[in-house]
Ligand binder design. Structure first.
Ligand SMILES: Cc1cc2nc3c(=O)[nH]c(=O)nc-3n(C[C@H](O)[C@H](O)[C@H](O)COP(=O)(O)OP(=O)(O)OC[C@H]3O[C@@H](n4cnc5c(N)ncnc54)[C@H](O)[C@@H]3O)c2cc1C
Length: 324
């Protein structure tokens, strides 16, 4: 079986492996794309980025939260991260996933957790970005943002170019600071473009719209074709550099990250940290299996073989159940 996008997405959704990976510590090459398992390690990484003129958006990794106690723990951790950003005076904000704060448990419970976080961040003058997950969470996440932004102006979110409806959403949320991405999850044909060319075309269209009409645009991509297009577009339309930034993930295209910052563009690195690294890492492999070179020789150790084995089983079962 080839190591395809579907294969790694299936792996990313495997809760058994997710639980196991928390106990392993950073393995399989994850340490090159995850900035440590605790706040101290993460702060060191952020200070290094800041020294190069790069800001950070910090993701305290967490997935598969189905117990209220886990969501409360995630909230407490994020509050501690906010305190650490404030105390260390680093140039950073927060990225979080609503499911981590209990969206799959109860909407109002999740809203209360988020309120506490957004309120503390507001006091510190720190921005909170809501990452966008799969389609099932898209509209509930927008609802949370609508409710919170009635009282706070330090929230923003992500628009995923693969969804047909994103053109409408970007217009609706044009007064927000938005991160625009291609989209990382597997979505069905009736909701999302499947062809890379269609996604890329829509991606450019959405970026251009928000650059011209929106508040602040974070162009989050490792695609140098898109980056070069944006550079030419902002020049042509006299869009000032304080209206946008480029974003990339920690550990990816480091040379290009430094180069863009040196050229004078605002640059922000997405810095994930924590013991819950597994799903995040598998989604990165799904996007670009060549990233497996990050894993290198470690692919052939015992744990990875177990992982690939269980993953292959999950993949086959997933396919069989889809065929039914
Ligand atoms: C900061 C950030 C935040 C994100 N947040 C979200 C989110 O909230 N929700 C969500 O669904 N998705 C999110 N994503 C993921 C995003 O949706 C894409 O899945 C992911 O970024 C891959 O698409 P791409 O635009 O980077 O380029 P791709 O389409 O993967 O690659 C295009 C081309 O770029 C070049 N390239 C790409 N990567 C590399 C590399 N590592 N080295 C060398 N060349 C490379 C290659 O030429 C490749 O063909 C985020 C991504 C980033 C960077």
């Amino acid at each position: 079986m080839g190591l395809t996008r579907d294969f790694f997405i299936q792996l990313s959704q495997n809760q058994l492996l997710n639980k196991g990976a928390k106990k392993w510590g950073l393995k399989l090459g994850a340490q090159s794309v995850v900035a440590g398992t605790n706040i101290d390690e993460m702060i060191v990484s952020v200070k290094e980025l800041n020294a190069h003129g790069i800001s950070a958006t910090i993701d305290n990794l967490g997935e598969f939260v189905y117990e209220k106690s886990e969501a409360v723990e995630a909230k407490e951790q994020i509050l501690t991260v906010l305190d650490a950003i404030h105390e260390h005076g680093v140039d950073a904000h927060i990225s979080l996933k609503p499911t981590q704060l209990g969206l799959d448990i109860d909407y109002d419970f999740c809203l209360d957790n988020l309120k506490e976080i957004v309120d503390r961040a507001y006091g510190y003058g720190i921005f909170i970005n809501f990452d966008m997950e799969d389609y099932g969470h898209l509209h509930p996440s927008f609802d949370l943002i609508d409710e919170l932004s009635a009282a706070y102006n330090n929230v923003g979110t992500v628009i995923q170019a693969y969804f047909y409806e994103s053109e409408e959403n970007i217009e609706k949320y044009k007064d927000y600071r938005l991160r625009i991405v291609k989209g990382a999850y597997k979505e069905p044909e009736h909701l999302a473009y499947q062809d890379k060319k269609d996604i890329d075309r829509n991606y450019i269209k959405l970026i251009e719209y928000h650059l011209l009409h929106g508040k602040f645009t974070s162009i989050a991509t490792h695609d140098h074709h898109v980056i070069n297009h944006v550079k030419a577009f902002v020049k042509k339309h006299d869009i000032p550099t304080d209206k946008f930034e480029f974003q990339m993930l920690y550990g990816f295209r480091r040379d290009l990250q430094l180069e863009l910052a040196k050229e004078g563009y605002n640059f922000c690195t997405y810095v994930p940290f924590g013991s819950d690294w597994y799903g995040y890492f598998m989604r990165r492999l799904a996007e670009r299996p060549q990233n497996l070179t990050l894993v290198g020789k470690q692919v052939f150790n015992k744990k990875t073989n177990t992982l690939i084995g269980i993953g292959a089983g999950a993949f086959i079962l997933g396919r069989m159940s889809k065929r039914k």
